[in-house]
Design a protein around this ligand. Sequence first.
Ligand SMILES: Cc1cc2nc3c(=O)[nH]c(=O)nc-3n(C[C@H](O)[C@H](O)[C@H](O)COP(=O)(O)O)c2cc1C
Length: 235
Amino acid sequence: MSDKLNRRKFLGTVGAAVAIDAAANPVYASRRSKPDKIRIIGIACSPRKGKTTAASLQVCLEAAAQLDTRIEVELIELAEMKIDGALAAGLPLAPGQKDDFGKLIPKLSDPKVRGIIIGTPVYFGNMTSLCKAFLDRCIAFRKSNFALSNKVAGVLAVGGARNGGQELTIQSVQAALLCQEMIIVGDARPGARIGATIWNDGKGEVTRDEFGMATARNLGRRVAEVALQLMTIVK
Ligand SMILES: Cc1cc2nc3c(=O)[nH]c(=O)nc-3n(C[C@H](O)[C@H](O)[C@H](O)COP(=O)(O)O)c2cc1C
C-alpha cells in the first residue's frame, strides 16, 4: 500500500517536472501556436539563374506542395544575389560593396518556414562556391539563437555526369546543415537514400533523367511529410 502511494507520489513529482520542462521548452510550447500553413523554401545555389538546379528544385517543391494543402512553397535563386562568404568571418563590408544575405535572414528564420531544400550543381565533386558562401554566412542563424533549429532540411545535387559526385556533394551540404541543428532527411521511399541526385544530360535538360526526377519528387515529399509531422510539436 505504502509502496503504491510512494509510486503515485513519485509519478506525480515526475509528471510535474515534465510539465515544467514542457512549458519552458519552445519545442512543446509551440503546441499553443501551431500555424495553419507551413512553408518550404528551395534555395538554388547555381550561379546560373533558371538552369538545371532551379528546374530540379521546382520539381521537388511541386511534389512537396502536392502532399498537403497546408504547404506553401517558394524558390529562391542565389544567382540573383550577391553573397560574400568572407563576411562570415566577421569582416566588414568593403566601401561600395553590395551584399544580399541580410534579405535572407527574416525569410529563412520565419517560424512558418518548416522546411528548406538546398539545391546545388556539382562542381568538381562538391558544392559550388556560391553554395559554400551561403552556408558559411548561415553562421548568422547560429548566432541568433539557432534560428534554423528543428527546420527540416533536404539536399539536391545536379551533375553533368550520372555519377559525377552528387552523393558526396549532398553529404558535404548536410554536414553544414547539421551545424544548424536542422533535421536532415533524404529522399522518401521507394529509393529512400540520401537526397536527390540528378543528371544534366549535357543539353541543359534534367526532366529526361527519370531516376533523378524521382529522387527530386521523393525528396520534396519527404521534407514535406516530416515537416507536417513536426508541425504539431516543434516551435
Ligand atoms: C566548374 C565546374 C565544375 C563541374 N564539375 C562537375 C563534376 O565534378 N561532376 C559533375 O557531374 N558535373 C560537373 N559540372 C557540371 C555541372 O554540375 C552541371 O552542368 C550542372 O547541371 C550545372 O547546374 P546549373 O545548370 O544549375 O548551373 C561542373 C561544371 C562546372 C562549371
